[in-house]
Design a protein around this ligand. Structure first.
Ligand SMILES: Cc1ncc(COP(=O)(O)O)c(C=O)c1O
Length: 522
């Protein structure tokens, strides 16, 4: 089957020729980016083929204890393929993916940033990667020392007094931080009822508060995209357990009233939670602990270049002021005269909120983050933050005027545009995002934060070169120009990938997750 840019629906019917399809020039003469139409594994192969056929080991027949009625002769409908067919199938599929190692990935807020290969290599050292979680502490001193050092580094960078490495992602870090706040209030006689959250917050903030039994009170940000002290003062009372603030917020704007806001909340006995997902913008320049935050979570994948949760296990360490330290989850690493030790017994930490997850967190992420911090050093970390801000501002300066900037306030590490300027053409943020795929870029985060209608949130991160950002900006400008002269072309995008625009609502509401023989793939 031939698929060209002129037939944006692409192929996909079951029963097609399982042999690879040729690369075909698209309508505009461009060669398609994806080389193959790929049948499902079930559609490949032929009866009787098999990957590996070793002779049975002599004497290896083992009599089964299972009742004969429960033993199957074979499994109907399973794919039967040679090893080469399987290898080629998965290798071809892997080339369909767009990852940070293949191209620019300007996803704001959820940030896919480059993971240095030196950190990857260290995380794979057999002494770390193959360490069994039940290894006695005296035989795991190196791993415990790494955890201890990472805890101390994260504590210092945040301007706090203690850190737990346990949480498995930023969202679990939030959950943990709120548990600590609840435990602290409880210890003072009243867990309180409400948590204040600005309207720019990531959705995980209200979810974490609700999971801790709190009612969320949404605070409106001002016309400059910032939270204002008078808004907080009006909502603050003695039923409020905490305020959750992301700084810089998800508009990429620094919450410059933070010290005043923290004083208002503390004045009524509340605590200040910091969603530290955007710490990469502050590295080495400012510390949440100095701004009045009592607790923050890090997203190691955003600040210290570890893979994000979706691409591997994540990590969301939580740093706290001394008042909250007794409540931290177990285990914690301590350094004693005889070496490093894990405190696992609640009897040693009677105020602990307990165990948050199995073992002590995603150790491989600790190695990567530790390596990143040690490799950059204090000056390098500061340069990281400064470059993240510079790159976002460069993209902003080049795109301002082409796309509408709803909050013209200075940006830090990310910048949010919208599709207001394209209204007359009928082209929307979704169309721009899809057209970017044809230009070879992963789209930025879209339709978030919710305070911006049709948001396009761009975060280049510190590792991108000027050339990479320029190429992305040029593509964004080309799309805006195309929208003015040929909006239908933008709305038909993407035309280059094997799969054209999916009906995302249908895909979410009526997912078809199981292949059955003869099924029609639309
Ligand atoms: C501002 C903000 N808070 C919290 C999170 C949740 O972090 P995670 O995806 O690691 O659970 C994210 C996502 O990266 C985020 O952008």
């Amino acid at each position: 089957m031939e698929i060209s840019a002129a037939s944006p629906q692409g192929g996909g019917a079951a029963g097609r020729d399982p042999v690879s399809n040729p690369v075909t020039p698209g309508a505009g003469g461009a060669v398609r980016g994806i080389a193959y139409e790929e049948p499902l594994l079930f559609e490949h192969g032929s009866r009787g083929r098999c990957g590996v056929a070793l002779p049975p080991a002599p004497g290896a027949e083992v009599a089964s204890d299972l009742p004969a009625a429960l033993v199957r002769e074979g499994v109907e409908g399973m794919p039967e393929l040679s090893e080469l067919e399987v290898v080629r199938h998965f290798t071809r599929l892997s080339a369909w993916n767009h990852g940070i190692d293949t191209g620019f990935y300007p996803l704001g807020s959820c940030t896919m940033k480059y993971n240095p290969k030196s950190s990857e290599a260290l995380a794979r050292l057999p002494g770390f990667a193959a360490l069994h979680p039940l290894t006695p502490p005296e035989l795991a001193q190196g791993a415990l020392e790494l955890m201890y050092q990472l805890e101390r580094a994260l504590t210092e960078i945040a301007g706090m007094d203690a850190t737990t490495l346990t949480p498995a992602a930023g969202a679990q870090g939030e959950l943990c931080g709120l548990m600590l706040i609840r435990a602290w209030h409880q210890a003072h006689g009243n867990p309180r009822k409400k948590v204040l959250i600005p309207d720019t917050a990531h959705g995980t903030n209200p979810a974490s508060a609700a999971l801790n039994g709190y009612t969320c009170v949404q605070l409106a940000s001002g016309p400059d995209g910032r939270l204002h002290p008078e808004t907080v003062a009006a909502a603050m009372d003695e039923d409020v357990a905490a305020i959750m603030i992301t700084n810089p917020n998800t508009l990429g704007i620094f919450e410059s009233h933070i010290a005043e806001i923290a004083a208002i909340v503390h004045g009524k006995g509340g605590l200040v939670y910091g969603d530290g997902a955007n710490m990469n913008a502050l590295l080495g320049v400012a510390r949440p602990g100095d701004m009045g935050f009592d607790v923050i979570q890090y997203n190691l994948h955003k600040t210290f270049a570890t893979p994000h949760g979706g691409g591997g296990p994540g990590s969301g360490p939580v740093a706290v002021k001394a008042t909250l330290a007794p409540f931290l989850p177990l285990p914690v690493v301590v350094k004693e005269a005889s070496g490093y030790r894990l405190v696992t017994d609640p009897a040693e930490r009677p105020s602990t909120v307990g165990k948050l997850r199995e073992w002590w967190g995603n150790f491989g992420m600790f190695v990567r983050a530790w390596a990143c911090i040690r490799e950059y050093g204090p000056e390098g970390l500061k340069a990281t933050g400064e470059l993240a801000v510079l790159n976002a501002n460069y993209a902003r300066a080049r795109l301002q005027g082409t796309y509408n900037l709803p909050y013209p306030t200075d940006s830090l590490h990310e910048v949010v545009f919208d599709d207001r300027g394209l209204k007359a053409t009928g082209v929307t943020t979704m169309d721009v995002a899809k057209r970017l795929i044809d230009h070879g870029f992963h789209p930025p985060t879209i339709y978030f934060p919710l305070v911006v209608h049709g948001a396009l949130m761009i975060e280049p991160t510190e590792t991108e070169s000027k050339e990479a950002i320029d190429a992305f900006v040029d593509a964004m400008k080309a799309i805006a120009e195309e929208a003015a002269v040929d909006p239908e072309a933008v709305k038909a995008a993407p035309v280059k990938p094997v799969r054209a625009r999916l009906d995302e609502t249908r895909a979410a509401r009526k997912p078809v997750l199981r292949w059955t023989p003869g099924m029609k793939v639309e």
